[in-house]
Design a protein around this ligand. Structure first.
Ligand code: GLA
Length: 383
């Protein structure tokens, strides 16, 4: 761990939860947040590890109150944020909120720059457990690290454990400085619910592959308590089909990414629910085997990504970026497994197991992955 790592004891594994933005944008309310908390429990997501219910932009009034305080929009949150926090806490879940490290949020509501201490104290009084801190509004001459450090320190003095999510869109190589400041940091501009845009990276709009391509090379920055954030999930949204949803979820898990669902949890299909609650894939996300997943092979239209697991196994993804099925192959040596006379290969989507002498391959359909976890030896590993 770097010498100056943020030491707030939070996010020892990548945070899991839900956020309103990807499906609802400014259309947030207490009713939506509470019904989402209900759905998280009812559909098995809480049992699978999802904890945070996060309100994104547009929750407040356009003006601060008479004492300079942030005011929740009474039309959207009639009983205020505190009541929503209490509701979410009664479900055994945690509440997240959104602000910006500038004079305004991206949707034009009051930002927190210059108000860090008071706003953090207010979030703490309300019972907020998670802050996503965005990058819109005037910076008042301050640098990125200054703006994000000011809120880190305010949260540390707030008297409440509040997980700190930095959202500066990968603008100033946050992987170099944010691990000392936040529990996670966005690595890119905003995600959109499509497979790929066939445009250069770092341009709007970005699909799953565009975001993925910007994650290669960032693995040294993350560790327990501090995670690269390739943005919130689009599983179940927009133009993504079932194979694309599975691929997106698999890749984010291999990257030890925060798993923050962005779909409407109240009305999701069985297929989408099965993706979001695949425990074998979630286990890969939540396990720390020394570094997040990396790309170990790039053949253009096909790629191999691998991640060490703490029990000595390796998780591996065979990715087909293009249209049409393709046979993809790797080896236990290529993905970093120690030499052994045989291996156990478990398919994390089909939930089947096979023995191997060292080769790992699959026919992978259009825009899809095969995902395996591979143990040295023959079936004697701990599950
Ligand atoms: C930015 C962020 C998004 C979302 C919106 C809200 O674009 O990157 O994730 O929070 O602002 O306005």
């Amino acid at each position: 761990m770097p010498a100056h790592a943020l030491d707030n004891g939070l996010a020892r594994t990548p945070p899991m939860g839900w956020n309103s933005w990807n499906s609802f944008h400014c259309d947030v309310s207490a009713a939506l947040v509470e019904a989402t908390a209900d759905a998280m429990v009812a559909f098995g997501m809480k049992d699978a590890g999802y904890t945070y219910v996060n309100i994104d932009d547009c929750w407040m009034l356009k003006q601060r109150g008479a004492r300079g305080e942030l005011v929740a929009d009474p039309a959207k949150f009639p009983q205020g944020i505190e009541a929503v926090a209490a509701y979410v806490h009664r479900k055994g879940l945690k509440l997240g909120i959104y602000e910006s490290a500038g004079a305004t949020t991206c949707a034009g509501y009051p930002g927190s720059i210059g108000h860090e201490q008071a706003d953090a104290a207010q979030f703490a009084r309300w019972g907020v457990d998670y802050l996503k801190y965005d990058n819109c509004g005037d910076y008042q001459g301050k640098t990125y690290p200054q703006r994000y450090t000011a809120m880190r320190d305010a949260l540390a003095h707030s008297g409440r454990a509040i997980l700190y999510s930095i959202c500066e869109w990968g603008n100033q190589s946050p992987w170099d400085w944010a691990p000392a400041i936040g529990n996670l940091w966005r690595t890119t501009q905003d995600i959109t619910p499509r497979w790929s845009t066939d445009q250069p990276a770092n341009r709007y709009p970005q699909g799953i592959l565009d975001i993925l391509d910007q994650q290669a090379g960032l693995s040294q920055a993350s560790h327990p308590g501090a995670w690269n954030d390739p943005d919130m999930l689009e599983v179940g949204n927009g133009y993504l089909d079932d194979d694309e949803n599975r691929a997106h979820f698999s890749l984010w898990a291999l990257l030890n990414a925060p798993l923050i669902a962005g779909n409407d949890l109240r009305h999701m299909s069985k297929e989408v629910r099965e993706v979001l609650t695949n425990r074998e894939v979630i286990t890969v996300d939540q396990d720390w085997g020394g570094h997040q997943g990396t790309k170990v092979r790039d053949d253009g239209d096909t790629e191999v990504w691998a991640k060490p697991m703490s029990d000595g196994s390796v998780a591996v993804i065979l990715l087909n970026r293009r249209r049409g099925p393709v046979e993809i192959a790797t080896t236990t040596r290529e993905i970093g497994l120690k030499a052994a006379s045989s291996y156990t290969v478990r398919d994390l989507w089909k939930h089947t197991e096979a023995a191997s002498q060292g080769s790992i391959s699959a026919s992978v359909p259009t825009h899809a992955v095969a995902m395996f976890r591979v143990w040295p030896g023959n079936g004697e590993r701990a599950r």
